[in-house]
Design a protein around this ligand. Structure first.
Ligand code: SF4
Ligand code: SF4
Length: 449
């Protein structure tokens, strides 16, 4: 069977970001197939673990995908400091006589932003509003590659590797079924070490926050890669939870137009016409200058302006997110740039050192924790969303009362549509269907190593 068909059947989506269906993304011909192993968000360990332990299989999978997209250049980008992973991958490349090359990055944020990684490797800036394909590249991250690897063996996406870090008794990597509750993952990491906590889903910079009363209902999906548990009054929680009207009011009254947000903006530094300080000014003086406000549409929401650059503690990124939503509701899109952007020469000196970022984020105490695992977590109940990806939700293929087995297709989309199939992640009986499928087994919760 063709690789694209296998990837479609397995329901593979981008495992890190918004979950773009991989069978559509890889249906192209490019010069570069780039694998994103930069794992640039602080405290995350999963990709490193996967690169260390699955290096041979990964190199084989890169070669296979490379053939599919007819890429001349197969490049895995990872950080120079990942010495163990580099050694493992180099021996796999040598043993397999592979044409995969490793591109070593400095330890900066956001090295793993798709557009920044493409620039680092190819020295080509993707046009504003564009995608890597515009400069002859396609990018997959490490966790997606592992799912492609499974798809090649006929195994659907039913499990996730997760980093669980921060205020837990045992920071670790877990291997969990899709649809398991966040609360069970925290329990599997020994439980929280503080009484009142919040959970950052994803990395501290780009992740979202859920509260303690939501951990039973919120579940792990195909795009969740980490859970960072922090005290509920942690700096990051306060920043991310500030109401938008308060953020706008502060922008109007406190922005000193120093332009640090623009000077350090990674997208501005690769030549994009994204100037958060001008957006802030436009918001501040009610200029209502749509042309300037539309620059928000090319913001990747990396958070550098908000959580690192701004000396006044303001939130350009959140304002950009707010503006993007408003433009989307009005059906306004960014017109893809025609000019080739040129990166600024000063860019090399304006990369954000990750250790300094960790300190700014008040996460230093969690930085050097020993992360154990992986621990496989079994559960008796999963709640599998029919939409875990960009595009339309999958349609249920089962009904309440049906017995299903692990790996069985339970929700499908037609091939060619923007969407992805979903599969049962445990054996059991379907007990509810809404915008998700709830499957219950007779087993008890269990953590096994
Ligand atoms: S860094 Fe802060 S104060 Fe300076 S221009 Fe940007 S938002 Fe305004
Ligand atoms: S979040 Fe801020 S720093 Fe990041 S791309 Fe958007 S405007 Fe630039």
């Amino acid at each position: 069977m063709e690789l694209i068909q296998k990837i479609f059947d397995a329901g593979v989506v981008g495992a890190g970001g918004a979950g773009f269906p991989t069978h559509l993304k890889l249906n192209c011909k490019v010069e570069y197939f780039i694998i994103n192993g930069a794992e640039c968000e602080p405290l995350l360990e999963t990709d490193k673990y996967l690169m260390r332990t699955k290096s041979f299989e990964m190199i084989k999978a890169i070669e296979e995908v490379g053939k599919q997209v007819e890429a001349d250049k197969l490049v895995l980008g990872l950080k120079r400091k990942y010495t163990k992973e580099i050694a493992q991958l180099q021996s796999a490349i040598k043993a397999l006589n592979s044409k995969v090359t490793l591109f070593l990055l400095d330890n900066f944020y956001p090295a793993g932003d798709e557009q920044i990684l493409v620039y680092e490797i190819t020295e080509r800036s993707i046009p504003e509003g564009g995608i890597p394909l515009d400069v002859g590249a396609v990018v997959s991250n490490i966790a997606t590659l592992v799912n492609i690897l499974d798809a090649m063996a006929g195994k659907p996406v039913i499990e996730k590797y997760l980093t669980v870090a921060g205020e837990v008794k045992q920071p670790c990597i877990l291997k969990v079924p899709i649809g398991i509750s966040i609360g069970q993952c925290i329990e599997a990491a020994g439980g929280s070490t503080v009484q009142d906590f919040s959970v950052i889903i994803g990395g501290p910079m780009m992740g979202s926050i859920i509260h303690q009363n939501q951990i039973k209902d919120e579940v792990v999906t195909k795009t969740v890669g980490a859970l960072i548990i922090v005290p509920e009054d942690h700096y990051i929680v306060e920043r991310k939870e500030t109401p938008i009207h308060y953020i706008i009011h502060r922008a109007k009254t406190c922005c000193i137009q120093c332009s640090m947000c623009t000077d350090l903006c990674p997208r501005n530094l690769i030549g994009h016409k994204l100037r958060p300080h001008r957006i802030m000014r436009s918001i501040g003086v009610a200029e209502n200058n749509e042309e300037i406000l539309k620059e928000a549409l090319i913001c990747c929401e990396c958070g550098v302006c908000e959580l690192y650059a701004c000396p006044m503690g303001l939130s350009p990124k959140t304002i950009n997110g707010y503006l993007k939503k408003q433009f989307r509701e009005k059906g306004i899109r960014y017109q893809k740039g025609q000019e080739k952007p040129t990166a600024q020469q000063i860019r090399a000196y304006r990369k954000i050192p990750v250790n300094r970022l960790i300190s700014r984020l008040n996460l230093t105490q969690y930085k050097d924790c020993i992360v154990e695992g992986p621990f496989a977590v079994k559960t008796f109940k999963v709640n599998i969303p029919l939409s875990q990806h960009i595009g339309k939700p999958a349609s249920p293929k089962v009904k309440v009362g049906d017995r299903v087995y692990k790996g069985q297709l339970v929700g499908e989309v037609p091939m060619g549509d923007l969407g992805a199939n979903v599969h049962a992640s445990i054996d059991g009986r379907v007990c509810a269907i809404s915008d998700s499928i709830v499957i219950q087994s007779d087993e008890n919760n269990e953590v096994i190593s």
